[in-house]
Design a protein around this ligand. Structure first.
Ligand SMILES: Cc1cc2nc3c(=O)[nH]c(=O)nc-3n(C[C@H](O)[C@H](O)[C@H](O)COP(=O)(O)OP(=O)(O)OC[C@H]3O[C@@H](n4cnc5c(N)ncnc54)[C@H](O)[C@@H]3O)c2cc1C
Ligand code: SF4
Ligand code: SF4
Length: 428
């Protein structure tokens, strides 16, 4: 770690999702020195956890693969995983950034052979599947992980399992003595791309996410549909493994609500429209998707996608904010209660599975960023502070789809490059 060279002409990018990767690549391919810091063990962020992308329904792996190829070719880009910024001091063109790097316990010799995973017994929650299943405590975060290097879960350090993993590794890649490192990096400009996280569904008490196993969130549904997910891509109910052929999608779950997130999360209408395709793909004509919505936000080029889903006979739209959910204890089915505002009649509709189109909030609210930024009332970065060289990108600035997140990252890169170019001119 000690050999990280950074100057006031370096662009530091915080967050290795699609936005941070884009920003880092754009700057590096323009000839700038770039350091990309990611908190988790791999790049990719939340897009790596999606089954398919709207509107084309392609797999996120394609986009990820292209970016990873570019990253491998970018000689001026340095990637650091398990790294978090703890403090930023200085000013535009001359920052000192304190970074804490957690121990991975596995070094560059790792060939991702998997022998350590075979050797350990402990199982831990699997973050790649939103903890819907478990994984061995020595694991590769996912098939496309970058770096392609295993991780030892901190919970097994100091246990016989860790020694078993070390003994199984033929490449001398396991270092159980690795400690947290702190370092200070210089940078001329910082791009803050720490993305979003799902709102805590348990806080929406009438929907019973914390009580009913067959009420899940939209991000979890992405994992259910994915062949690399906990059910091997089968849409099965968590409570009893029954095929979930009749799925209800509840829109604005946590969003546009004074008691939760006030903002519209902008993506969740499109996410649910997309996810009705997963149900149809799994069960054909016997699939049944019901979307409970206030209004559908499918703007610009997404109109066509919306029209296509509207025309699908397996999908129905109920204009209503669901008031509450109860469960049928015998069958595990869920009963949705509310009033259909087109006709004003009360309903109590039964479904196999409920998917909450969960709201998106900043993963690091602006108030917790260790630097001054201008924020909106939801904690997204609205703009850089006057005279600052710290710029927001992607979902750190708003709930955005991938296309808009990438555009926002490119715009932030342009601003960062202007700052480091000025710093270079001042030094010349
Ligand atoms: C259910 C659902 C389905 C969706 N489906 C689609 C779709 O089909 N098509 C589409 O275009 N969009 C979709 N989206 C939106 C898509 O997920 C976002 O556009 C995308 O994730 C934005 O990428 P990002 O890099 O800005 O943020 P993220 O993906 O959140 O990446 C942020 C990265 O920053 C890291 N990080 C966080 N905090 C720190 C820290 N303190 N220090 C360092 N690193 C940190 C995180 O670990 C992560 O790797 C969907 C969203 C939802 C909710
Ligand atoms: S740490 Fe060693 S045993 Fe584990 S995957 Fe890497 S090379 Fe294989
Ligand atoms: S995008 Fe749709 S589901 Fe999401 S908050 Fe906005 S209106 Fe509600």
């Amino acid at each position: 770690m000690a050999n990280v060279v950074a100057t006031n002409q370096t662009v530091l990018v915080v967050g290795g999702g699609i936005s941070g990767m884009t920003a880092a690549l754009e700057a590096a391919e323009c000839g700038k020195d770039v350091i990309l810091l990611e908190k988790s063990a791999t790049l990719g962020g939340r897009t790596a956890l999606l089954y398919r992308y709207f509107p084309k329904l392609c797999h996120p792996t394609c986009g990820l693969e292209i970016n990873l190829r570019r990253i491998k070719a970018a000689t001026r880009l340095r990637v650091m995983t398990l790294a978090e910024v703890t403090a930023i001091t200085g000013s535009r063109g001359d920052y000192a950034v304190s970074v804490e790097v957690a121990p991975r316990h596995i070094n560059e010799n790792c060939t991702a052979c998997g022998a350590c995973a075979d050797a350990v017994e402990a199982m831990v929650d699997n973050p790649f599947n939103y903890n819907l299943n478990k994984t061995k405590a020595a694991y590769l975060p996912h098939a496309m992980a970058y770096p392609q290097r295993y991780v030892l879960d901190p919970s097994i350090i100091g246990t016989p399992d860790a020694e078993k993993a070390k003994a199984a590794c033929k490449y001398g890649a396991i270092d159980l003595a690795m400690k947290t490192e702190t370092l200070t990096l210089k940078a001329g400009a910082v791009i803050w791309a720490t993305g979003w996280e799902p709102y805590d569904a348990a806080k929406i008490q009438p929907y019973g996410y914390d009580r009913y196993p067959n009420v899940i969130t939209s991000v979890e549904f992405e994992r259910l549909a994915d062949p690399h997910g906990p059910t091997g891509g089968k849409l099965l109910r968590p409570s009893d493994g029954k095929e979930a052929k009749d799925v209800a999608f509840i829109q604005c779950a946590g969003s546009r609500d004074e008691n939760h997130l006030r903002h519209c999360s902008r993506i969740c209408c499109m996410a649910s429209l997309k996810q009705t395709n997963y149900v149809r793909e799994a069960y054909g004509e016997s699939a049944k998707s019901s979307i409970y919505y206030i209004d559908i936000r499918a703007i610009d080029r997404f109109e066509d996608f919306y029209a296509k889903v509207r025309a699908d006979k397996t999908v129905s739209f109920i204009k209503s904010k669901v008031a509450r959910i109860t469960d049928d204890r015998k069958t595990g089915d869920l009963i949705l209660h509310g009033v259909d505002t087109e006709g004003y009649h009360r309903y109590a509709n039964r479904h196999d599975l409920v998917v909450l189109a969960i709201g998106m909030q900043p993963s690091v609210p602006a108030g917790k960023i260790p630097a001054e930024v201008i924020a909106d009332s939801s904690g997204f970065i609205e703009a850089a502070a006057p005279g600052s060289g710290i710029f927001g990108a992607g979902c750190a600035t708003n709930a955005l789809d991938v296309n808009r997140a990438v555009q926002s990252a490119t715009a932030a890169t342009l601003r960062a490059i202007q700052v480091v170019n000025k710093a270079a001119r001042a030094e010349a």
